[in-house]
Ligand binder design. Structure first.
Ligand code: ADP
Ligand code: MG
Length: 497
């Protein structure tokens, strides 16, 4: 929508009232009479009834309108009618000003209003620029430049695509919603699309893939990706420099707005208010909004309720930690796209071992690529283990694997050598399993690395150990006491008591 002029100057020949200062309600009701003759009932009720006259100082009538959107609608559709009305009622010098309720506020916060025309308001030459030739495509939220879809900086990373986003049970719903939105932004019921999930589950990748797809297939659309950091700092900057109107203008031109990691807007009331406003405007005009968060909207803390309720308007879909198969596919996919074949056993080893998150996995894979391409080393299990050791570090903890093994061995009166041996006798197996159980609880080691510390066992042996310990705790009270005794020892070590 192209905003039109902010003020209406009526150049009238006749003047009905000789105005001293007539109260604003009377002026407005006279105006309404004129308007009613020209506008049908439905539009009259929709667009004129909700307006409140605020003040009249002789030549200037100030009216209050419920939203920015409302104001822009009036300006786009009813300027001639309003002009005629003002000119009939107030005479040739008559002008109309608006007070726009940007935010109706709440008990704590008074309503936020913006007055037009004002010092920061849109100026006519700026308006022309907005409709102009799109020469001003720079990324600059602080001007009234028209954005050009071809050249606007969408801040997308072109390497995040649907093509290299591996589908699995963990992300199927989110991915299909993303595909649907990419085909018809703003017109599906998935608006807003809210994707949530933990670190490294692919939220950023997926939302950027949607953006890239839309840019490719619908080049006339203006796509913008921002993370909350960009949004917040741009907003604060705009506030300090009195460029709020320009800031809004920039965002309101966007057809697809992607806001990554909204959880960080928690507690930032003013920024939330601005986002709320932009969200409403875009949503009302059928523009697509996509957001990501680290938790479902209901668990977001520090957000205004009305904002949260809007987050739930469209579709909320989660992404989960990828399962083994998906991880494997992601590993192969990434290595292949970099032109490297990775032996299956290495890929499997990595899929088992990197059980923190996919960002760590990316670090490991990049490091492997570095070794393979620049150092010309062959990618084998040994190299993979070495790389892994450097990247996925054991988090500094007083309760190390060594300490756990020694404490548990002492407790059950077995030796460290037996603990790490292949011996399958029950009196050795149980302490070994208990030690594995505590390693999982108190260290950050991957299952495979825990197994590696117990005589080179694999991750499935560790999983089996964890299950056995938990089963035995349910059925064997003595055993449970032993585990609790040991727990106390480790806890007191950690708290230093
Ligand atoms: P998030 O934003 O959820 O923290 P990212 O999108 O940054 O996660 O993903 C972390 C890394 O894992 C990125 O390199 C991304 O490309 C990769 N990744 C995550 N999920 C997938 C997937 N399903 N297919 C391919 N790569 C993925
Ligand atoms: Mg992310």
């Amino acid at each position: 929508m192209s905003p039109a002029s902010k003020k209406i100057e009526a150049f009238s020949s006749t003047r009905k009232l000789k105005i001293m200062v007539v109260d604003c309600a009377t002026v407005w009701s006279d105006c309404l009479e004129v308007i009613r003759k020209e506008v049908d009932d439905q539009n009259f009720n929709t667009w004129f009834k909700p307006i409140n006259p605020l003040k009249n100082d002789g030549d200037v009538l100030t009216i209050q309108v419920p939203s920015q959107f409302f104001y822009e609608w009036l300006e786009e559709h009813y300027v001639p009618v309003l002009k005629r009305a003002i000119h009939e009622v107030l005479g040739p010098e008559g002008r109309l000003e608006y007070s726009v309720i940007v935010d109706s506020g709440n008990q704590k916060n008074p309503p936020l209003m913006v007055n037009y025309p004002n010092g920061n308001g849109l100026k006519r030459n700026h308006l022309q620029a907005m409709n102009g030739n799109g020469m001003h495509e720079d990324y600059s939220p602080f001007s009234f430049k028209a954005l050009n879809p071809q050249t606007v900086n969408s801040r997308l990373n072109p390497s995040y695509t649907f093509g290299n986003f591996v589908e699995g049970d963990c992300n199927r719903l989110a991915r299909s919603a993303g595909v649907a939105v990419a085909k018809k932004p703003g017109t599906t019921s998935f608006n807003p699309l809210m994707l949530y999930g933990g670190v490294g589950v692919g939220k950023t990748h997926l939302v950027q893939a949607i953006g890239n797809e839309i840019k490719k297939n619908l080049p006339e659309k203006i796509v913008l990706y921002v993370d909350q950091n960009d949004f917040t700092s741009q907003f604060l900057n705009a506030l300090q420099n009195h460029k709020i109107q320009e800031f809004q203008n920039y965002y309101l031109q966007v057809d697809l707005l992607i806001l990554d990691d909204v959880q960080f807007l928690a507690g930032r009331e003013k920024t939330q208010e601005m986002f709320f406003h932009i969200f409403n405007q875009l949503h009302q005009s059928g523009k697509q909004i996509i957001m990501t968060s680290d938790c479902p909207p209901r668990d977001l803390k520090g957000f205004q309720e009305r904002l949260l309720s809007r987050f739930k308007w469209g579709l909320t879909a989660d992404l989960q930690e990828p399962d083994f198969e998906t991880k494997l596919a992601i590993i192969h996919n990434k290595m292949q796209s970099d032109g490297i074949e990775i032996p299956t056993e290495v890929a499997e080893y990595l899929a088992y071992s990197v059980d923190t998150n996919l960002r760590d996995m990316e670090g490991v894979l990049n490091s492997l690529l570095f070794h393979a391409t620049l150092l010309k080393k062959e990618i084998d299990l040994e190299l993979a283990k070495e790389v892994l050791k450097n990247i996925v570090k054991e988090i500094q903890s007083d309760v190390s694997v060594d300490f756990i093994q020694k404490t548990v061995a002492d407790y059950f009166k077995v030796s460290l050598e037996q603990m790490k041996s292949k011996v399958k006798k029950r009196e050795i197996v149980i302490p070994r399993q208990v030690a594995m159980y505590f390693c999982k609880r108190y260290t950050q080691l991957t299952l495979a690395l825990i197994g590696g510390n117990f005589g080179g066992r694999d991750h499935s042996t560790v999983i089996h150990a964890l299950e056995s310990v938990e089963d035995m705790m349910k059925t064997d009270a003595n055993f449970k006491n032993s585990v609790e005794d040991l727990t106390k020892k480790f806890k007191s070590r950690m708290t230093g008591s």
